[in-house]
Design a protein. Structure first.
Lengths: 851, 230
């Protein structure tokens, strides 16, 4: 008997939903874009991770990498030779930057030169155009170049290419080279030559920057971390980095999952916004269904049967909404790789991931249901008396001990927390995100309540009638203040937060023309070449800024302690990059615009006593905190074999995003003036042709000096930033689009009351324009409050994201945030006024008959 | 059989409790046709709500086919209505999203009974709507809608049928036809029919009239066509 009472419920639910399906689907479409975002993000992340797993060896070019910016000592070379003779495939590559000069076209470009050994790469195949040219690199002084190199030098196959003091014949272009990800070659030109011809270039002398790498291919099935473990200490002792393909994979997947986490949180918030839309929409739906439910109750339906009928409808429409979302997500998944082409170091195959789609559908239906249940539960309390007399209370009072309501509340909060935790990399972060969302909702709710209160107090008889009527709508029974402010505020919170995060992140790449002192940078200038190059720039009628000296050094001791002892006593990893890296430092007595003093005093301001003969230095604040340095500590630097002591007297914050020579460590002049050094020279050159001419003249005379045209670099970076901006703007627009069905749902909850009231006013003689102005007053106030509260909340949200997730400093972008608030407000007014259209259409009779 | 004993209904108001029904008692035997009449505000609809278990009394009891309603929960009362009660409303109250046939099927489906479609078709045929089964309420006239409502009310073979102003929204001719239909079904099914109305012509066609005023029974008499009161 019990089961038989339920067996017709699904059919009845389906038939009863006939005329409501479209409306219900509109409400449920609020979740579509959220589901779409999640499916797209998860699918792309899954595709990228699959690509990482299958391609990490070819991205790295081997299973183990040993690398250093110095040549390996003979003892270690012997170890590598013995590995090679044991039958494993070992490949070597030396990477350095140099000017590439094409004599025929007389164009120079800064290029990354990769001098490869005969067995490089140990893993993967090099493809070139024409094919099979890779081996030829070892037979004669020839070069394979990336296609972008050929374009930027306006060169063609067969042309000669000058690298340093050597000349190479261009024999082809590379399509793909393992160990050299696509992203890197998109940024700068690449030139491949045989390793044995490096010496001819004479570029790897004093002070030059090069990276020496040896890659090893292990037999299939051998675990790289385990295999390399016995070698690790020996190599690391000599400051040689040891990297395995497993680490490579982890690094790459970590970066992808971090990005996916951030986007996932955005998608999740979008989904929750959709949930609010669903709740408002279903609330409106419930209001329309009271009469039908009362009849059903009269003719024998129990509360659970009634609930089952409408929960079935909500679930079906939720499924449809989620399915539309999943389809949108899959469509984005297919479009996204095309949009990101060239920015990923991998060949990502777009594949539909059924697990992700099922998860998206599941989450979508769950959110739709859990947010519908709250309003739907009210249907259990519809009094059957309502069928006999309309003046009966439509809903019986909710009992405080109504267990299902409490369970639904718990499920709602639990769902938000679970979603947040599942989208964050830690429970703590998940709880913080969920708490933030909860706090935002509570604040919006409170501001709506406050608006209602204020409206009640402020409506004075002296206000014009139409305005008074509009304001009064904010607190009268069946007002929509809370639902609209909540939906609108949360929507603008989401859109504005996204925009602010994007603006703040991009601010770090501030590449405005004024940011750098010039647009042509020469580096690797030897001491005796400085004056000549300076005069070459000036002779061309251009301005050259003062040359910046660069001294390479490593940390030897801190406060007289060896690095081992310092690391042990300061809980710092001995192998931390800040401890082991080669520092390229400078000396000067003044600060530059890209620096800001954080603590201590600049050199000139420190009173130096005769006794204190130790030179002073300033260190970048992050390096100081990584190593555990405090003001007053002394560091002994190894400056090419000579120990140089300096005392830390200040820490600085450095804006690395600007194209100016920036340094971790800056010394007092007297500390380094006699040290072996190179120079960087920045020139402000007026035209592209002048840049090309100066570059060519310098490279012809001093092939070891490299130069970079910042305007070219700027435009490359601007292109990448442009893509990121586009992606974030797309997300923001996506969220904005989402706010539309959500707002429609929020307004729908009180649509019938507004309609009836408007028509009654019409009956009493109100004109269309008067009704329009009443609605305008009401929705303007609602829109203003919702959008502005959302905007203020977004400052807090964006600040938290920038500070805790991206480790940056937040600066509010007021004007764009106001513009977003304005758009949201306009949206609210337009959607609100669209209700008015129906008031104008309805005849007074129709509404009165309905009563 | 329907028994009301000392029924009271009070609503809270600013000046204390407002008594809408005062000590109403009567017994209606199975198979009879009874009219409850009285002016607006006399408590007719409130009494109907209490008799059908749509509302709970402030005092007194209702026994419907031997079942005391007082001790039942709202859902138990709903199940009892599903098994023993039929309803006809002044505003027809058909579910607008269902066809005529589906509307009639609903009570049977809620009870989980198989073969509902056949019985619904038979009932619609009996009320003369065999050719309008697939029409939605908005596609039917007022009289037709009320006939569908009558078919729906008889779908679960109710022991007792409550009709609230069944002709109130119909013109005279159509109203008369509806009353005839009710009489026929009352006779053929043996269901008790309780009609609430202020239309005295309609009331006189019932076997017994219970008149209310200010919430109390002021008259309880048999009509010319009525059988002896129990």
């Amino acid at each position: 008997m019990t089961t038989s009472r339920w067996r017709f419920i699904p059919g009845l639910a389906w038939r009863e939903s006939r005329t409501a399906r479209r409306r219900l689907l509109l409400y449920m479409s609020s979740i579509s874009l959220g589901v779409g975002a999640l499916v797209a993000i998860d699918s792309v992340a899954d595709n990228v991770q699959t690509a990482v797993r299958s391609q990490s060896r070819s991205v790295m070019g081997g299973d183990i990498s040993f690398s250093s910016d110095k040549r390996f000592p003979d003892s270690l070379r012997a170890v590598l030779d013995s590995i090679s003779t044991s039958g494993l495939k070992v490949g070597t590559v030396v990477t350095f930057t140099s000017m590439a000069y094409a004599p025929r076209t007389q164009i120079t470009r800064l290029a990354q030169v990769r001098a490869v050994g005969p067995t490089y790469p140990p893993y993967g195949e090099v493809t070139s155009e024409p094919a099979d040219q890779w081996k030829a690199l070892q037979a004669q002084p020839s070069a394979l170049v990336s296609p972008s190199t050929l374009i930027s030098l306006d060169a063609k196959l067969g042309d000669t290419l000058s690298i340093g003091y050597a000349q190479f014949v261009i024999i082809g272009t590379t399509n793909s080279v393992p160990g050299d990800p696509g992203l890197a070659s998109a940024v700068g030109p690449r030139v491949y030559i045989g390793e044995k011809y490096v010496a001819n270039t004479q570029l790897l002398g004093f002070g030059s920057r090069a990276s020496f790498e040896t890659l090893i291919r292990l037999p299939d099935g051998v675990q790289s971390p385990k295999w390399v473990a016995p070698f690790r200490p020996t190599f690391q002792k000599q400051n040689i980095r040891v990297r395995t393909v497993v680490q490579q994979e982890q690094n790459m997947t970590e970066a992808v999952s971090r990005l996916a986490d951030f986007l996932g949180i955005v998608g999740m918030i979008a989904l929750l916004l959709g949930g609010i839309g669903v709740a408002s929409g279903v609330n409106a739906f419930v209001n329309r269904k009271v009469d039908t439910v009362a009849v059903l109750r009269c003719i024998g339906a129990t509360g659970s049967q009634v609930l089952a009928i409408y929960v079935t409808q909500a679930a079906l429409m939720g499924l449809a909404g989620a399915a539309i979302g999943a389809a949108i997500g899959v469509a984005i998944q297919f479009v996204l790789p095309t949009a990101l082409k060239g920015t990923l170091p991998l060949d990502v195959q777009v594949q539909i991931v059924p697990r992700v789609i099922a998860l998206g559908l599941g989450i979508g239906i769950w959110v739709a249901l859990v947010f519908s249940l709250r309003p739907l539960l009210a249907l259990r309390r519809v009094s059957p008396l309502q069928a006999l007399r309309r003046d009966a209370d439509a809903l019986e009072k909710q009992r405080l001990k109504d267990l299902p309501s409490h369970l639904v509340n718990i499920a709602l909060v639990g769902s938000v927390v679970l979603l947040a935790v599942s989208r964050s990399d830690s429970w703590r972060r998940g709880f913080i995100v969920a708490g933030g969302i909860g706090a935002a909702l509570i604040l919006l709710w409170l501001s709506a309540a406050l608006l209602s209160q204020l409206a009640r107090k402020l409506v004075a008889q002296r206000l014009p009638y139409l305005l008074r009527q509009g304001v009064a709508n904010l607190y009268r029974p069946a007002n929509q203040t809370r639902s609209v402010v909540l939906a609108l505020g949360f929507g603008s919170f989401l859109v504005s937060t996204l925009y602010l995060v994007q603006a703040n992140l991009l601010k770090q790449f501030d590449v405005a023309a004024s940011a750098a002192r010039g647009n042509l940078v020469f580096f690797d200038i030897q001491d005796d070449q400085r004056v000549a190059i300076d005069s070459m720039v000036r002779a061309a009628g251009q301005q050259a800024a003062a040359a910046t000296p660069i001294v390479t050094m490593r940390i030897k001791e801190i406060n007289g302690q060896s690095l081992d002892a310092w690391a042990a006593s300061h809980a710092v990893q001995r192998r931390h990059w800040a401890m082991t890296r080669e520092y390229r430092s400078t000396y000067r007595d003044t600060m530059v615009v890209t620096e800001k003093l954080v603590s201590g005093k600049w050199f000139n301001d420190v009173p130096s006593t005769a006794a204190d003969t130790i030179p002073q230095m300033s260190i970048e604040k992050d390096v100081a905190s990584e190593i555990g340095l405090s003001l007053g500590d002394t560091i002994t630097w190894d400056v090419q074999g000579v120990p140089v002591r300096a005392r830390v007297t200040s820490t600085r914050e450095v804006n690395w995003g600007r194209f100016d020579p920036n340094f971790f460590a800056v010394f007092q002049t007297k500390a380094l003036v006699t040290a072996p050094k190179m120079f960087v020279l920045v020139a402000a050159v007026s035209s592209d042709t002048a840049i090309a001419r100066i570059q060519r003249n310098v490279v012809l005379r001093y092939p070891n000096v490299s130069s970079v045209d910042l305007s070219l670099l700027r435009s490359t970076i601007m292109q990448i930033i442009g893509r990121i901006t586009l992606a974030v703007r797309f997300l923001a627009l996506f969220s904005l689009a989402m706010a539309i069905p959500v707002l429609f749902s929020a307004v729908a909850a009180t649509r019938r009351d507004r309609l009836r009231e408007g028509v009654l006013l019409k009956t009493l003689g109100a004109t269309r324009s008067q009704i329009g102005r009443i609605l305008l007053a009401e929705y303007s106030l609602l829109g203003m409050l919702g959008a502005l509260t959302g905007m203020l909340l977004s400052f807090v949200g964006a600040w938290a994201l920038i500070k805790f997730l991206f480790d940056g400093t937040f600066a509010p972008a007021l004007l764009p945030a106001f513009m977003i608030a304005l758009v949201m407000m306009t949206l609210a007014v337009l959607i609100g006024l669209s209700t008015g259209r129906e008031v104008f259409r309805e005849t007074p009779m129709a509404a009165l008959r309905e009563n | 059989m329907l028994v009301a004993s000392n029924l009271q209904k009070e609503y809270p108001s600013g000046a204390g409790a407002l008594a809408v029904l005062k000590q109403v008692s009567f017994t209606i035997p199975q198979g009879s046709l009874v009219a409850i009449v009285g002016p607006s505000g006399s408590g007719k609809t409130t009494l109907l709500g209490l008799l059908a278990g749509l509302d709970v009394p402030s005092g007194g009891t209702v026994s419907l086919d031997g079942v005391e309603l007082n001790g039942l929960t709202e859902d138990d009362r709903a199940r009892l209505r599903g098994e023993k009660v039929g309803f006809i409303f002044q505003t027809f109250q058909l579910i607008p999203t269902l066809t005529a046939l589906e509307n009639v099927q609903v009570p049977l489906e809620l009870r989980g009974e198989a073969g509902g479609a056949e019985r619904a078709k038979m009932l619609l045929d009996r009320v003369g709507l065999a050719d309008r089964m697939d029409h939605f309420p908005t596609q039917l006239s007022g009289g037709e809608q009320q006939r569908v409502a009558i078919a729906r009310a008889f779908a679960n073979s109710p022991k007792i049928l409550f009709a609230d102003e069944p002709t109130g929204n119909l013109d005279g001719v159509t109203g008369a036809k509806i009353v005839e239909l009710l009489e026929q079904l009352n006779k053929s099914s043996g269901s008790t029919v309780v009609i609430v109305t202020h239309d005295m012509t309609l009331a006189e066609r019932a076997g017994r009239i219970i008149r209310l005023r200010d919430g109390a029974v002021v008259e309880d008499r048999l009509t010319a066509t009525g059988a002896p009161a129990a």
